[in-house]
Design a protein around this ligand. Structure first.
Ligand code: ADP
Length: 396
């Protein structure tokens, strides 16, 4: 096996998150984030140390990052970075797995910007910038949607005119695929199961949240849909609602399409109901102090999650485990307990001590279904997929 340095990149409209890995060992050399790109007071954080510097655009951000990696001796020369793996939000029906990106693939990722206007264009820009500044490195795209490409048509179609799917590809795509895949594979290892024969329900509960039903190692259904707004109630997103509410707002309150979009994506969810925050911890503190709307918002959040779990349980003959991950899933014993209370009907029993300690397996011995807490690591998957593809192309 050849040893390479691989960069895992997550580019946002004004930010660039990075982690440099030693592969195939998977050790992190360094990680950080450049925020407020485009400002004279951009924040560059590397290994938890932050400095304020002017960074005009993503190109500058990448240059700044590479200079810093050289200066701090994380690399001795640029060509040590053999591959750069990029998180890409939308792969549509075209990309079913991680892919080396050349001109044709980049064009396709840009075209798919129609389906993910906030994400794909900046992801594509990140790829372009790295291929220009690090021309000797191989660019790889890792798609949030790829894991869900196994969802069967009866689960991915909406009951709309079929022509809308044929002409405009309006269907469920699902997101957070890298995370759902990673935690379910990890759980299979923890439980000594063959992943390809294992069935899990994975709950990625962060600011954005989604659930996935995994049968025989493949995504069978997931809660996010055509966009990441669908499904669960989230920090600021509403999740599934009666679709007629949207035209109602437009017709009766004379709101524009952009205004309606802003409400459902930025002003709803935990923030919308509680009026306090999109951050679960803040809402919980306020609920504990007796704020009735914060209490209701947490009840709604929990109820929707348990409803999804129960409906997915009915699709699986056997559940090897229910997995909690991401900010809330990994850290909130309270949320896990409240959700699991609703799952008593399928034989779920928690061990409260293990739950409080965020242990790996938190169900009790007599639980009919195992419940696990598995920290997600999307960057590691990006680095591993990139290494695999790069390794096949480069013979050092
Ligand atoms: P994202 O990556 O989607 O922005 P994260 O996975 O980082 O989100 O999760 C953020 C959420 O996790 C926030 O709502 C935050 O309040 C919640 N969170 C983090 N730590 C805790 C904790 N100890 N208890 C409850 N919620 C937590």
């Amino acid at each position: 096996m050849n040893n390479f340095k691989i960069l895992a990149i997550n580019s946002g409209s004004s930010s660039l998150k990075f982690k440099l890995y030693d592969m195939p060992a998977g050790n992190i050399c360094v990680g950080g984030i450049v925020e407020r790109i485009g400002s004279s007071e951009a924040q560059f954080s590397i290994n938890d140390k932050t400095k304020t510097v002017p960074i005009e655009n993503h190109e500058n951000a990448v240059k700044c990052l590479l200079e810093e990696l050289l200066e701090q001796n994380f690399i001795n020369q640029l060509n040590e970075i053999v591959g750069v793996g990029h998180r890409v939000a939308h792969g549509g029906e075209f990309f079913k797995k991680s892919t080396v990106v050349k001109e044709k693939e980049l064009e396709k990722i840009e075209q798919l910007g129609e389906l993910a206007p906030l994400h794909n264009p900046v992801n594509a820009m990140g790829i372009k910038v790295f291929s220009e500044i690090l021309p000797q490195s191989i660019q790889v795209a890792v798609f949030d949607t790829a894991f869900h490409q196994t969802i069967p048509s009866y689960n991915y179609l909406y009951p709309l005119p079929y022509s809308l799917y044929q002409k405009y590809k309006i269907r469920k795509y699902g997101f957070h695929g890298t995370s759902h895949q990673y935690v379910s594979q990890k759980a299979a290892k923890v439980m000594d199961l063959n992943f390809k024969e294992s069935s899990f329900i994975t709950c990625h509960l962060g600011n954005g949240a989604s659930i996935c039903c995994i049968k025989n190692g493949k995504s069978l259904d997931t809660s996010m849909g055509f966009t990441p707004t669908d499904g669960l109630m989230m920090g600021t997103r509403c999740g599934s609602i009666d679709p007629m509410i949207l035209p109602f707002l437009q017709k009766n309150l004379y709101l524009s399409v952009d205004e309606v979009e802003h409400i459902i994506n930025n002003e709803s969810g935990l923030l919308g109901i509680s009026g306090i925050s999109n951050d679960f911890r803040d809402v919980q503190i306020s609920a504990e102090k007796g704020n009735p709307l914060s209490k209701i918002s947490i009840k709604m959040f929990v109820k929707r999650i348990s409803e999804y779990i129960l409906s997915y349980a009915s699709e699986l003959k056997r559940i090897d485990g229910i997995i909690f991950t991401a900010g809330i899933g990994e850290h909130s014993a309270y949320v896990r307990r409240e959700i699991c209370k609703q799952l008593a009907c399928i034989g779920v029993r928690l061990n409260s001590r293990k739950n409080r300690k965020n242990e790996k397996i938190i169900s009790s011995e007599n639980s009919e279904v195992k419940v696990l807490v598995i920290p997600t690591d999307e960057e590691l998957v990006i680095a591993k997929d990139t290494y695999k593809l790069v390794h096949n192309l480069v013979k050092v």
